[in-house]
Design a protein around this ligand. Structure first.
Ligand code: GP9
Ligand code: MN
Length: 651
C-alpha cells in the first residue's frame, strides 16, 4: 500500500512541483499588487487546519489562496493524462507562459493600475505609452518569477535527452487523478465565488466595471479566463450578426436624422472657436435646484447660475448599468448605453463619432479629468480610443481636501483649471466629478446644511450636493477670473439619479405632490446648465432633452458640420419636441411620459399626458414608443456591429 502510494506520488512529482511553484508565484504577484493571498495571523492557519477536517472552507475565502489553487488545477489537470516526456515538457511550457503573463501583467499594473485585458490588447496603440518607461517599471526582484526556470529547464532538457519518463501510471489511474484534480479545482473556485455572489450578487462578473475588482475575487488566472470568455462571447459567440436590412434601416434612419441636425437655429455657429468645458456631476438630480431645506438654499451657487445660463428644467439622464460611464458615453458619443454592462468595458475598441476626436480634429486640445483610478470603467482605454489628448487621473492631482471617496470636487475643479489654462486654445475639458457618490456621507467638516427633519442617506445626500454646489460656484468664479467665462461653452449636468427611493422627502423638497408620475420624473431628471459666451440665450427652457443631445448641440453652437456624423441625439436648440428614450423602454417627449412595464410589454406600460399629468389610454404613446425602441435597437447595432467604421468605409 505504502509502496503504491509512494509510487503514485513520485509519478506525479512534476505536477505537484508545478502546483507549488505557480502558487508561490501567484502569491508573489498578490504581494506586488497589494492583494490578500492568505491571512497573515496565526489563527488563519489554525482555522485553515480545522477547516480541512470539517470541510468548511469559509476561512480560505478571505484571500486568493484557495481560488488560485483551484484555477491552477482547472488550467492544468489535463497534463496528468499525458504520458512520457510530453507530461513534464507541457508543464514546463505552462510554467513559462504563466510566468511571462504574470510578469507582463505586473509591469502593466505598475503603469496603469490595471491588468492586461483583451480589450487593451485589441487596441494596438494603448500599450504604446508604456514603451518609454518600461525599463523603470521592471524591478530586479521580478527575476523571482523566472528563477525556477533556471533549474527546471536544464532538468527537463536532461530528462528529455535521456528519454526519461516520470509518470508511468496506468491510463486508468491517470484518468482518475486528472478527474479528481479537476473536481477539486472546480470546488476550490466555486466556493469563494458562490460565497461572494450570495453576499453581493453576480454583477461583478457579468458587468465588470473594474478589472482589479474582478481580480480581487477571482485571482489572476480566473481574471484572465473570465476576461477572455467575456470578450469571445461579445465578439464571436454572441456576436450580433447584423442583417442587411437592419443595416439599411440604420443607414436610412441616420440619413434623415443627419438632415434634421442641419436645421438652422439663431444659435448656429455663435460660439465658433470657443473652448468647451463640460462638468459632469456625480449622482446629481434636479429636484433640489432652487429649493430650500429649513430655510436654506441647497444649491445657492447653481441657483445663481439660473440667471446667466440656459437652464433646461426637463432634462433627463439616460444611463443604464454602466452608470457614470454610460453618462459619459451618452454625452460624448451621442449613442445609447447598452442594456447590460458598460460600452466602456465591453466595446472600447469600436469606432465612434466622439466629441473629443471631432474637436481635436478641429484644432482643439482635449482632456478628460477624473480624480480616481484611471482604470475604473476602463476609462483610460476608452478615452484613448475616442480621441482625448490627455487624461488626468487620481495620480495626476496634487493632494488636497478629501471629500467623499477621494480628492473633493472643490480642489479637483481648481486643479483641472490649473491645467486647462496652460493649454493651447481652444480646449475641450471634460471634468467627471465624484464627491457626491453614494452613500454620500462626506466628511463631517463639509456637512454645512441644517438638515433637521431628514435622516440617513437622504440627509447625507443634501450635504454632499451642497458641497458640490460650492465647488461649482468656485469653479465659475475662477473661470471668470481667468477671463474664460465668456470664451467658453460651459456645461454642468448630472450623470444619473441618486439611487435612493426616498420618494416622500424628494417630493417634499421639490414641493410636489406625491404621485407615481412625479416620483418617476424627478428621479430621472438631472439639472442641465449651459453657459454661452456673454450669457447668450440665458433663460429657462422647458422642452424635454437628455444627455444624448449634448454633443450634437455643442457641435451646432461651434458651427461644426454634423451632416456626416453618426450621433443619435438631437439639437436641443431646436424647439420642436423630440423623443428622449430611456434604456429600459420608458421615454418622454415633453408632451407624454411613458413608463414601461418591468416585462417590457408595451400594453402593460403606462402613458401619461404631461399637460394634465393624468394617465391616458396607452395607445396614445404607441407610435412614439416604437420610435424610441427603434432608436435603441439601431444604437445597439452601431455599437456591437461596429457599424460606424463600416459605414464610413463605404462612404
Ligand atoms: C468612479 C466613478 C463611479 O470612477 O465613476 O461612479 P458610478 O459609476 O459608481 O456612479
Ligand atoms: Mn456616477
Amino acid at each position: 500500500m505504502l509502496k503504491k502510494a509512494t509510487h503514485f506520488l513520485k509519478s506525479n512529482i512534476a505536477f505537484v512541483v508545478f502546483l507549488i511553484v505557480i502558487t508561490v508565484k501567484l502569491h508573489l504577484f498578490a504581494k506586488y499588487t497589494d492583494t490578500l493571498f492568505v491571512l497573515k495571523d496565526a489563527a488563519y492557519f489554525k482555522e485553515a487546519f480545522k477547516a480541512l477536517f470539517k470541510g468548511n472552507f469559509e476561512v480560505f475565502y478571505e484571500g486568493l489562496f484557495l481560488i488560485s489553487i483551484g484555477s491552477i488545477l482547472v488550467l492544468s489537470f489535463w497534463t496528468i493524462l499525458l504520458k512520457g516526456r510530453k507530461h513534464y515538457v507541457t508543464l514546463l511550457i505552462l510554467d513559462v507562459i504563466i510566468s511571462f503573463l504574470m510578469f507582463a501583467d505586473l509591469v502593466y499594473y505598475r503603469y496603469f493600475q490595471d491588468l492586461l485585458s483583451v480589450s487593451v490588447l485589441a487596441q494596438a496603440n494603448q500599450t504604446g505609452d508604456i514603451k518609454d518607461s518600461i525599463i523603470d517599471l521592471i524591478k530586479t526582484s521580478d527575476i523571482l518569477f523566472f528563477i525556477d526556470l533556471l533549474l527546471f529547464i536544464p532538468i527537463v532538457v536532461y530528462l528529455f535527452i535521456k528519454k526519461k519518463t516520470v509518470n508511468n501510471l496506468s491510463f486508468m489511474t491517470r484518468s482518475i487523478t486528472a478527474g479528481a484534480a479537476l473536481v477539486i479545482g472546480i470546488l476550490f473556485i466555486s466556493g469563494p465565488i458562490q460565497s461572494y455572489i450570495d453576499k453581493y450578487g453576480n454583477q461583478l462578473f457579468t458587468q465588470n466595471w473594474y478589472n482589479m475588482a474582478v481580480y480581487y475575487r477571482t485571482g489572476l488566472i480566473g481574471f484572465h479566463a473570465l476576461d477572455v470568455y467575456n470578450y469571445v462571447d461579445d465578439h464571436f459567440i454572441n456576436k450580433k450578426v447584423i442583417a442587411e436590412d437592419q443595416e439599411e434601416a440604420a443607414k436610412k434612419w441616420f440619413k434623415e436624422h443627419q438632415q434634421k441636425l442641419m436645421e438652422p437655429t439663431p444659435f448656429a455657429g455663435t460660439a465658433a472657436g470657443k473652448n468647451v468645458l463640460i462638468v459632469q456631476l456625480e449622482a446629481f438630480n434636479n429636484f433640489f435646484i432652487n429649493k430650500k431645506v429649513n430655510g436654506q438654499e441647497i444649491t445657492p451657487n447653481l441657483n445663481r447660475l439660473l440667471e446667466e445660463t440656459m437652464y433646461y428644467e426637463n432634462f433627463y439622464h439616460q444611463t443604464a448599468q454602466g452608470r457614470t460611464s454610460d453618462a459619459e458615453f451618452l454625452a460624448n458619443e451621442s449613442l445609447y448605453p447598452l442594456s447590460s454592462g458598460s460600452v466602456y468595458v465591453r466595446f472600447a475598441d469600436k469606432e465612434y463619432d466622439a466629441l473629443p476626436r471631432i474637436l481635436s480634429e478641429n484644432g482643439y486640445e482635449t482632456a478628460a479629468f477624473h480624480s480616481y483610478e484611471k482604470s475604473f470603467w476602463n476609462r483610460y482605454v476608452m478615452y484613448n480610443n475616442i480621441g482625448f489628448n490627455h487624461f488626468y487621473g487620481e495620480s495626476d492631482f496634487e493632494p488636497g481636501e478629501i471629500a467623499g471617496w477621494t480628492l473633493g470636487d472643490r480642489p479637483f475643479f481648481q486643479q483641472a483649471v490649473d491645467k486647462l489654462v496652460t493649454f493651447e486654445k481652444p480646449f475641450y475639458g471634460f471634468l467627471v466629478a465624484l464627491t457626491s457618490h453614494h452613500p454620500y456621507n462626506i466628511q463631517a467638516e463639509y456637512q454645512k446644511l441644517n438638515v433637521e427633519g431628514y435622516e440617513g442617506v437622504f440627509a447625507n445626500y443634501l450635504h454632499a450636493v451642497h458641497y458640490v454646489d460650492q465647488a461649482v460656484g468656485e469653479l465659475v468664479e475662477r473661470l471668470k477670473k481667468e477671463g474664460l467665462w465668456d470664451e467658453t461653452i460651459f456645461l454642468a449636468y448630472g450623470d444619473h439619479d441618486y439611487g435612493v427611493e426616498e420618494y416622500e422627502w424628494m417630493l417634499g423638497v421639490a414641493e410636489l405632490e406625491n404621485t407615481p408620475l412625479h416620483a418617476e420624473m424627478l428621479l430621472n431628471q438631472i439639472p442641465f446648465f449651459m453657459h454661452l459666451p456673454h450669457d447668450e440665450g440665458k433663460g429657462i427652457y422647458s422642452q424635454a432633452a437628455g444627455q444624448i443631445d449634448i454633443a450634437p448641440t455643442i457641435l451646432h453652437l461651434l458651427g461644426i458640420d454634423t451632416s456626416q456624423l453618426y450621433m443619435m441625439g438631437n439639437n436641443m436648440l431646436v424647439e420642436d419636441p423630440h423623443i428622449v428614450a430611456f434604456r429600459y423602454g420608458s421615454f418622454t417627449d415633453g408632451q407624454v411620459y411613458f413608463k414601461a412595464s418591468p416585462e417590457f410589454l408595451f400594453e402593460k406600460g403606462t402613458c401619461y399626458d404631461l399637460e394634465s399629468m393624468e394617465e391616458i389610454e396607452v395607445n396614445a404613446c404607441r407610435s412614439r414608443y416604437f420610435d424610441a425602441r427603434e432608436q435603441l435597437l439601431i444604437s445597439d447595432d452601431m455599437i456591437t456591429g461596429n457599424l460606424i467604421k463600416k459605414f464610413k468605409k463605404e462612404q
